[in-house]
Design a protein around this ligand. Structure first.
Ligand code: MG
Ligand code: MG
Length: 272
């Protein structure tokens, strides 16, 4: 059953979403060649606790860390390890935080040093598809409208859209109803209404959509070994329209990126 949130609950969710947004912003200036994911994971755990929240993923379904760190051909759910990042890598960082009983759940794929142009293009298209999907998350539309928009855009660029893993409702539970696939048919599935809160999170592969799982029981990789990108925002329906609760602005501030991509989804100014 979909849990509709009140305006007060949405503000609490924004607080949790901003903690994960700030955590990724803090990591943005730390991610470089030679640094390892385990170190970054420890920085994130300390940062989240210092902001009065609990790491959302640590211990969830027995996951051993604060961050999902998924480099290169890893799609999602990578376990942080001590292997140094290399120039030209990409790494998808997925972060959860729990505060006031509500989860934030937010992901970004970072470039490590200088990345190949075709990989930059994958990241650009995957992130654009996130906003194309969010634009469809409005009162009266349906789950399939979001999935269709993301799938159509990414496949038109020749990329594979992962089927087995999907976005989700978000709130007092990390995974609430409805599931939010990154593929689908227009006009199908659950209808969106005021007060719904979801995590939209395209997982986009440069090659095949097919995936495999490592024996660790967690790590998901592309079946063909080609790179994969993952971007995730938390969004509420406010006044019938998509309202972003998370933000990449802290990442952009750290990396010196100028972007107005979030403006159309922001009815409320971000509190610092
Ligand atoms: Mg996530
Ligand atoms: Mg999620």
């Amino acid at each position: 059953m979909v849990k509709i949130k009140s305006a007060e609950e949405i503000e609490l969710m924004r607080e949790s979403a901003l903690i994960v947004s700030k955590t990724l912003g803090m990591l943005a200036s730390e991610i470089k060649p030679g640094v390892n994911a385990l170190y970054l994971d420890q920085l994130a755990e300390t940062f989240i606790r210092d902001h009065g929240a609990e790491p959302g993923f640590l211990g969830m379904y027995d996951f051993p860390n604060t961050l999902n760190m998924s480099p290169n051909a890893q799609v999602v759910h990578g376990i942080p390890n001590a292997e140094p990042l290399k120039d030209g890598d990409i790494i998808s960082v997925d972060c959860g935080a729990l505060k006031n009983g509500f989860y934030g759940d937010h992901a970004y794929t970072f470039e490590v040093g200088e990345v190949a142009p075709e990989v930059k293009r994958l990241l650009k298209v995957a992130k654009e598809s996130l906003y194309i999907g969010i634009r469809e998350f409005k009162a009266g539309n349906r789950v399939g409208d979001v999935g269709y928009a993301i799938q159509n855009y990414c496949e038109s660029h020749g990329y594979g859209v992962v089927r087995e893993l999907v976005g989700h409702g978000l709130g007092k539970k990390l995974h609430e109803s409805p599931e939010m696939p990154n593929y689908g048919k227009r006009g199908r599935g659950k209808k969106f209404v005021e007060g719904m809160t979801v995590a939209i999170e395209p997982m986009i592969n440069m090659g095949t959509k097919n995936i495999k799982q490592l024996k660790d029981g967690w790590t998901i990789l592309t079946a063909d070994g080609a790179p994969s990108a993952h971007f995730e925002h938390n969004v509420a329906i406010v006044n019938g329209k998509p309202e972003l609760l998370s933000t990449f602005q802290y990442i952009y501030d750290a990396l010196g990126i100028i972007s107005d991509e979030e403006n159309e989804f922001r009815q409320t100014k971000i509190r610092s």
